[in-house]
Design a binder for this molecule. Structure first.
Ligand SMILES: C[C@H](O)[C@H](O)[C@H]1CNC2=NC(N)=NC(=O)C2=N1
Length: 97
């Protein structure tokens, strides 16, 4: 399914609803860092996201050290932030609320 990059206005609106995420103008994506109690909690979270990502065919870029997970969401096919990233960010927020 074709997916397009959000324009500036739609991106600003989306980011207003995602206060835990930071726009990275260099990459055109959004970032959030999460901290868990320990590695098992962090990895369990990553596993749940991995299942969602496979279903959505939309995959996060991420980095994990012990209890910290740094997530970067961008849409390679669109060359920046798309609605798919916004949906993934919302799913992540819902899972960590
Ligand atoms: C062929 C397949 O649909 C694409 O490569 C999907 C897979 N996962 C993806 N994940 C992300 N983050 N961006 C994409 O453009 C993307 N494309």
């Amino acid at each position: 399914m074709a997916v397009s990059k959000l324009n500036d206005e739609d991106r600003a609106t989306a980011l207003n609803h995602l206060p835990k995420w930071t726009y990275d103008s260099d990459s055109g994506g959004i970032r959030r860092t999460l901290k868990f109690e320990d590695f098992a909690q962090a990895f369990g979270f990553m596993t749940r996201i991995a299942i969602l990502a496979e279903k959505a065919d939309h995959h996060p870029e991420w980095f994990n050290v012990y209890n910290r997970v740094e997530i970067h969401l961008t849409t390679h096919d669109a060359g920046g932030l798309s609605q798919r990233d916004v949906e993934m960010a919302n799913a992540i927020d819902a899972m960590t609320a």
